[in-house]
Design a protein around this ligand. Sequence first.
Ligand code: HEM
Ligand code: HEM
Length: 176
Amino acid sequence: MALAMMDTHSRYGLVSRALHWGMALLFVWQFSSAAARVFFEDTALESFLWGTHGQLGVVLLVLVVLRAVWALANASRRPPSVSVMAKLGHLALYGLMIAVPTIALIRQYGSGRALDVLGINLMPGFEGEEIAWMTDLGGLLHGELGWALLALTVGHVVMAFLHRKLTNHDVLKRMV
Ligand code: HEM
Ligand code: HEM
């Protein structure tokens, strides 16, 4: 039982799979809210989805930190990468999953606005001038890197199915 929790060379364990698929679902929601902001401006759909964007983004950041710690703890027994490209791709996914919400939080802090997540006050906010480098950084990079993460994720899903179809590596089996 304890063993099923951990990864093995042939399969990701329960914890890794729960984090992967749970977060995949939450990312679908997160990108829906970003898309609603662009394509359904000033509609009920936007106010419904967009209202969750910051809070869910923070939840995803907490989850990805836990997931990275778990990945490191299981590094020696995880299924081996099928290629260097796969390894780099997964690393890039981690990098963006951490950078995108972190940059948003830096911008939020610099804006001086308060931030509550699930009823917890994370930032009290402040009076006075914005901290320009913080708001500029987010304005420049948050949305752009967010869309880059979506593009990389689409590539990731396509590659997972291609590996299954075209090579002997049925990588899907070890994550399902
Ligand atoms: C993994 C987590 C996150 C992802 C994938 C993500 C993704 C995105 C994307 C793709 C956009 C662009 C929408 C557009 O083009 O208009 C966006 C915008 C925005 N996000 Fe996030 N976001 C995340 C976390 C957060 C967090 C934690 C906050 C706030 C604390 C936040 C606040 C905003 C704001 C205010 C905007 C509108 C301004 C802008 O486009 O930069 N996001 N997000
Ligand atoms: C339908 C959606 C998805 C499918 C079919 C899928 C499929 C897979 C498969 C088969 C693996 C194992 C690859 C291997 O062992 O070499 C994997 C690993 C991984 N996937 Fe996905 N994936 C999906 C969504 C996502 C999303 C939304 C993200 C994050 C934005 C993501 C990030 C990762 C990462 C970082 C790994 C490396 C293992 C880990 O640390 O969890 N995946 N995925």
